[in-house]
Design a protein around this ligand. Structure first.
Ligand code: BES
Ligand code: MN
Ligand code: ZN
Length: 501
């Protein structure tokens, strides 16, 4: 897909299609009115006759509108003008893209970014249009023997902005939007890949590919032998029941001078989570291929970062591992020694994510990071608490938590904070080790974060629980690419503040 911005007059556009908003009830947007005049009332006549009410999501495709140079005019219902909000705007874009793609317009000029969306500027409207376009065109058909290809797919989209002054803003929005959209695609592609293909070695290969693609990136792989030497007893225990070797991939991005402390992103990369000896029930177990969604989002974010060439240093960690039941598998009752020296009594082998992450979190101390953010499909409890709309954010460092919440607000990739008060820590007490790996049913997401917090004392840390947001179930089952937008936004904003200092 090719995007550009333009600031032009609707009637002068010569394109396969021009896209115009219509508000409820039967009211043309400002640009629509200009076209209506040129076409001598053709559009308003249609509306008067009741062909389109303007309800959000309605579409009407017109051919050969009198005096209009473009072949087609697509009228898109936008609901009540005063009620046009972010969610509706994205839905309208999605509807537009699907219609264009299905009706043979290979290019179009879209006037929707000129509509007023509550609290959002041109930058946001163009960027979201780019992201939503990519989202709606995304397909995962690599493993289908027959790929159902669209005959005349949408190839080129021009966004019109109200004034020439905003052209630069629009271009920036396209650049950011594209980097995020491409990062999301990288994330979705690896996350959707089935677990017989996507194992820890596959994750490592993807990490190495990135290093080949970008000079700013170097990748290091840490296999089981090296983990043994490092004393990562907890991480190793989780992978012990699997035929697939555990591999931790380190993706080092250098966009700034050596002394600049890096931001470290650590992704949970359970390429399959059966629960281990504490076996999960069978229903929907296939979805546990998405238990590497954290790692996938870190990979996607590193991709976006390299594409944007941001002037910061960032390390991405993919904590690859597979949790299987087997004769060699770790068991409930085992006591593990973590890389930090702290011991853990395993009470449930299905609480494996924290056991992998804790050693990865200790490992990254060596980078003397400015901040560490881990991303994990960590707890079913998070889905119960926040559903599928918000990622759970937990942090022991308020400024970092605020930066992430701001980034989530700005990117539209929502997160909501839960507390990590010390009061919860006692749920992790164990009679046999320094701590247990589970804290009981109350506040399951928080006690998981409390567990991790014991391994992050040496730096500023935040944790994103994406159990409810990393993928969708049901008919449209698939990875969502979240939280690539949130993380990339955070890094864009970090780069901006660092540059201003
Ligand atoms: N990967 C799961 C969490 C999960 C479950 C994410 C369902 C998304 C949907 C994690 O490894 C896990 O199994 N967590 C347990 C922890 C429990 C044993 C304390 C859970 O949430 O049930
Ligand atoms: Mn589990
Ligand atoms: Zn898991």
């Amino acid at each position: 897909m090719e995007f550009s911005v333009k600031s032009g007059i609707a009637e002068k556009q010569r394109s396969a299609c021009i896209v115009i908003g219509v508000f409820e009830p039967r009211r043309l947007s400002a640009v629509g009115e200009q076209l209506d005049k040129i076409s001598e009332g053709y559009l308003s006549n249609l509306l008067r006759r009741g062909d389109l009410e303007g309800k959000s999501g309605q579409v009407l495709l017109l051919h050969h509108v009198p005096n209009i140079l473009s072949e087609r005019v697509l009228l898109v219902g936008c609901g009540k003008e005063r009620e046009l909000d972010e969610r509706q705007y994205k839905q309208i874009i999605t509807r537009t893209i699907n219609t264009l793609n299905e009706t043979g317009s290979m290019e179009a000029v879209c006037f929707l970014p000129e509509l007023h969306v509550k609290g959002r500027d041109t930058y946001w409207k163009v960027r979201m249009a780019v992201e939503s376009t990519h989202d709606s065109l995304y397909q995962f058909n690599q493993l289908k023997s027959k790929k159902g290809e669209t005959r005349r797919p949408l190839r080129k989209l021009v966004f019109n902005v109200p004034t020439r002054r905003e052209l630069g803003i629009g271009e920036k929005a396209i650049e950011h939007g594209l980097a995020i959209a491409n990062g999301k695609k990288v994330c979705r592609d690896v996350a959707n890949m089935p677990p017989n293909i996507c194992n820890p070695a596959y994750l490592a290969e993807q990490a190495s590919e990135l290093a080949k693609q970008y000079d700013s990136i170097n990748t290091k792989l840490i296999g089981e032998a090296e983990m043994e030497k490092l004393g990562m007893g907890s991480y190793l225990a989780v992978g012990r029941g699997s035929e697939n070797e555990s591999i931790m991939s380190l993706i080092e991005y250098k966009g700034s001078h050596d002394e600049q402390a890096p931001i470290v992103l650590v992704g949970k990369g359970l390429t399959f989570d059966t629960g281990g000896i504490s076996l999960k029930p069978g229903a929907a177990m296939d979805e546990m291929k998405y238990d590497m969604g954290g790692a996938a989002s870190v990979l996607g974010t590193m991709h976006a970062l390299a594409e944007l060439n941001l002037p910061i240093n960032v390390v991405g960690v993919l904590a690859g591992c597979e949790n299987m039941p087997d004769g060699r598998a770790y068991r409930p009752g085992d006591v593990l020694t973590t890389m930090s020296g702290q011991t853990v009594e395993v009470l449930n082998t299905d609480a494996e994510g924290r056991l992998v992450l804790c050693d990865a979190l200790t490992y990254v101390e060596r980078y003397n990071p400015e901040a560490v953010i881990d991303v994990a499909t960590l707890t079913g409890a998070c889905v119960i608490a926040l559903g599928h709309h918000a990622t759970g954010l937990m942090s022991t460092h308020n400024p970092l938590a605020h930066d992430l919440l701001n980034a989530s607000e700005h990117s539209g990739d929502r997160a909501w904070r839960l507390p990590v008060w010390d009061d919860y820590q006692e749920q992790l007490e164990s009679p046999f080790a320094d701590m247990a790996n589970i804290g009981g049913r109350p506040a399951g997401s928080i006690t998981a974060a409390c567990f991790l917090s014991r391994f992050t004392r040496k730096y500023n840390w935040a944790h994103l629980d994406i159990a409810g947001t990393a993928w969708q179930s049901g008919k449209n089952k698939g990875s969502t690419g979240r939280p690539v937008p949130l993380l990339t936004q955070y890094l864009i904003e970090r780069a901006e503040t660092q540059n201003n200092n």
